[in-house]
Design a protein around this ligand. Sequence first.
Ligand SMILES: [Zn+2]
Length: 196
Amino acid sequence: MKTYIPISTAEKNLILSGDKSEPLRVLQTSDEQDLIVLRADNLELDPKDTVLKELINRMLQTVTDENKPGVGIAAPQIGINRRVFLAQRLDKPEQPFEFFVNPEIVWYSKILRKGEEGCLSIAEAYDTVYRSYAIQITYFDLEGKHFQEVVEGFTAVIMQHEMDHLNGILFTDHVEEQREKEYEDASTKNVLVYLK
Ligand SMILES: [Zn+2]
């Protein structure tokens, strides 16, 4: 059995602070103290910790805040340095938000997808980022069951963006680093087609 560092009293106090049906404050890169938290290491959680359910609920209230809605949120964005994020499943009919505990992206497609991104923690910044078109992700549910799934398109982009938050990386970092690179249009390559 894996041992996890339990959710601390300080973390618990923040998760349960104020009205539990209200969003929590989203940390901003423009704030020096917030940025330290956004750049910090994030610890794995015990999937069966009862406070985790409250944390997920609070993250859901925050990402669906009608004043500032998003398509994904990671725990460090509300000040909790733990490895859990929520992503909106735009690839599913009802487009629900789902949570991913101790997630890992175990495979990235070589084919990339170019798209516009923003972040709840970076006000007014939108920019183009290249991400893998498809990924394979593994994660836990609240019973400690382990899952793996292959996801593609914009939902895979959301997951890559949120996974970055768990590693202290912001989308603006990619914008900087990708500016130096050159990309080849996949449609100009020879593609083998299977003929009947
Ligand atoms: Zn973000």
